[in-house]
Write a protein that binds this ligand. Structure first.
Ligand SMILES: O=C(CO)COP(=O)(O)O
Length: 131
């Protein structure tokens, strides 16, 4: 597993129906998230920056290659954890990219949170590692 210590790179991603939820979660956890270098897919990153005040490195939008960029980071050992608030009720045109990202996170044993409850648990875990 990639090191999750202070300053490690983490990624935040949310499908459209979950963007309010990830912004709300990020606001509530801003102090803890700021210990890390944050990457996000394009639209999610814009919202996190504007509405949660986080410093975010924005990648391409997910459907335009952002999920694939994150998958490459995982394969190269450059991502320590992935917070991916997925929409469980809608089909995505870029489903293959979504699946690929989840597969690579699983393959490379990256902490992967797919909903808010697990995001809380993963964040507590990596913050503990960063102390
Ligand atoms: O589609 C996404 C993840 O699969 C998220 O992309 P955006 O943050 O650009 O909306």
């Amino acid at each position: 597993m990639t090191d999750t210590g202070q300053g490690a790179r983490i990624a935040l991603v949310a499908h459209d129906a979950q963007k309010e939820a990830i912004v709300d979660w990020a606001r509530q956890n801003r102090a803890r998230l700021e210990r890390f270098e944050i990457c996000a897919t394009g639209t999610t990153g814009g919202r996190l920056s504007d509405e949660a005040g986080l410093e975010v490195h924005r990648l391409l939008s997910g459907p335009l290659g952002g999920d694939a960029q994150l998958g490459a980071m995982i394969a190269e050992g450059r991502l320590a954890a992935l917070f991916f608030f997925i929409d469980p009720l809608a089909a995505m045109p870029h489903d293959v990219d979504v699946k690929s990202l989840q597969r690579l996170a699983t393959l490379y044993d990256i902490p992967l949170a797919l909903n808010r409850a697990t995001a809380d648990a993963v964040l507590a875990h990596i913050v503990g590692g960063a102390d």
